[in-house]
Design a protein. Structure first.
Lengths: 181, 184
């Protein structure tokens, strides 16, 4: 209904614009033909009125056109959804030559585009690095635990001095076995 | 902010550059020894088969005498350890565990020092046991050859960089320029 009403409004607007344009041109011709003393008063008033009408008609025509395009899109969507709902997909797929379609796809080209080797390489590298980091961290924990046990047996009260001289500035003050364990 | 954002483990980040403990070092050394043994066994098999292919009618794997095996393994181990410590401070085992051997001043280990250290380590494995009780995690080989084994997971962190030379004159001039001049 919106679509029909909108389309009608667009038609009326267009007709108005044509009529205004014809009248405007007629007045211009009349102003040339008719003597100036007779034409100046009424014809000028009519021309001003027509100018206003023309502006309004343009504005109205733009609005109507937008409304009609929105309504048309909505109607089209509904129609497509309705048609798709009506279709029997199983039967449709039976009629589509899938094998021919797949045969026409350039699979090696698609795989080349994807860079499958790169994806696999990145995934495995990330997993490997994580596993390696976890193993190293486990060994570090065992280092600290072993040192603590030995220090306890030897009844040491001071933590081990792990900071090397050339790294002393870069290392935090807390870099000892007590804090890190 | 972390100093080593590439390292995911928090403990790993905290301990980078510190003296490595006994367990990590023992695992790295064990890995190296196993690797050298594997290389030796494969080498003996390949050489034996290659020899038989050219100079014998039948193919068999030779079993060298025990002392030959021990000597060749020792030589291979010494050469391998020396090459690793002298070149990058790492052997494959240390690379896996994330350790590096450097001089006590942070400098790379020189050839002769690496060689003698390798000879000591290959000849007498228990030298590492001292790291278990030493307060600075130093093994006998570290004490004897003034080396340090540190945690160093990232290959790009190489030796400590020397501080750039300070231009004393420019520093003094800059400080003098910042002093306000009092005029009487």
């Amino acid at each position: 209904v919106d679509l029909i009403a909108g389309t009608a409004r667009v038609g009326v607007g267009a007709a108005t614009l044509v009529a205004v344009e014809i009248t405007s041109r007629s007045i211009r011709i009349a102003k040339v033909v008719v003597p100036a003393s007779l034409a100046e008063g009424p014809l000028d008033a009519v021309e001003r009125h027509l100018g206003r009408r023309q502006g309004e008609a343009h504005r109205s025509e733009r609005e109507n056109r937008d409304n009609v395009s929105e309504a048309a899109e909505s109607v089209l969507n509904r129609v497509v959804v309705g048609v798709v709902d009506m279709l029997d997909m199983e039967q449709l797929i039976d009629h589509v030559p899938i094998n021919k379609v797949v045969a026409r796809v350039d699979l090696p080209g698609v795989i080349d585009e994807i860079d499958l080797a790169g994806v696999i390489r990145e995934a495995t590298t990330g997993l490997g690095a994580e596993a390696l980091d976890a193993s190293r961290a486990g060994l570090m924990a065992m280092d600290l635990w072993g040192a603590r046990v030995v220090d306890r047996i030897l009844r040491r009260k001071e933590p081990r001095d792990l900071v090397v001289r050339w790294n002393a500035i870069a290392q935090p003050e807390s870099a000892n076995t007590e804090v890190l364990s | 902010m972390s100093q080593h954002p590439q390292i995911r483990s928090e403990r790993g980040q905290q301990l980078q550059g510190l003296r490595a403990g006994f367990v990590s070092r023992a695992v790295a050394s064990g890995t190296d020894v196993v690797l050298v043994l594997c290389v030796y066994v494969v080498g003996v098999i390949v050489v034996s088969i290659a020899w038989d292919l050219f100079f014998s009618t039948s193919i068999s794997v030779a079993a060298p005498p025990h002392w030959v095996n021990a000597l060749l393994e020792w030589i291979l181990l010494v050469a391998y350890l020396t090459a690793g410590w002298w070149s990058t401070g790492r052997t494959v085992g240390k690379q896996i565990v994330g350790l590096r051997v450097v001089g006590s001043d942070g400098s790379p280990v020189r050839f002769w020092r690496a060689l003698f250290r390798a000879v000591l380590c290959a000849s007498f494995f228990p030298v590492l046991l001292l790291a278990l009780v030493n307060r600075r995690n130093r093994g006998l080989e570290d004490v004897a050859f003034r080396t340090v084994v540190t945690y160093d997971w990232l290959p790009q962190i190489d030796q400590p960089q020397a501080e750039p030379p300070v231009d004393t004159r420019s520093v003094i001039e800059a400080r003098l320029a910042s002093v306000p001049v009092v005029r009487s």
